[in-house]
Write a protein that binds this ligand. Sequence first.
Ligand code: ADP
Length: 193
Amino acid sequence: MLNIILCGAPGCGKGTQSTLLVEKYNLKHLSTGELLRSEIESKSDVGKQAEKYISIGSLVPDQMIIEILLNAVDKYAATAAGFILDGFPRTVEQAAALEKAFEERNNKIDFLVDIQVETKELITRLLIRGETSGRSDDNLDTIKKRLQVYESKTAPVNEFYKNLGKYHSINGIGEISEISARISEVIDAELNK
Ligand code: ADP
């Protein structure tokens, strides 16, 4: 199996790049943002809980999202050649839980790819996306909050994976195809190790 985490601030292009990589490497894409939005759409109890956090730009509680993510992993593990995790882990607690859960399943996270984009560009992209996304969190105040949450809660996940020797970063500015090629280069180098 090949299990990759795509990490980066809101608006860095994780979702777009995941879609391209899924096709190229035949992986299953698990986006916790998408899993949560489908819970909200179906008006489930979890969805109702989650919406309160998402709409103000906060993270949903760790236990909630860890359970959702691991349920999805267990659902697809038998049929998938591997996973691209997009939007998870977003805290060091989630990262530790993920490492433990994969170990218990005799599986492992291979590495994390951090897509780097500067803040000004992120805000521009998210505001443009907000014009059509219909997402309650793509407005300026919530975007600023999400970027702060990224710095305080999620950036430490990069350090966590650096310490494990499983960290790569790439420049997330440029054409979508160029960025995709940069990520593929990292993946191919790892596969050929
Ligand atoms: P973006 O990367 O653009 O912020 P996502 O779709 O990944 O968008 O996530 C949207 C929102 O869903 C987040 O702001 C957060 O409230 C919630 N969320 C998604 N993944 C997680 C996670 N792993 N832990 C906690 N909250 C999460």
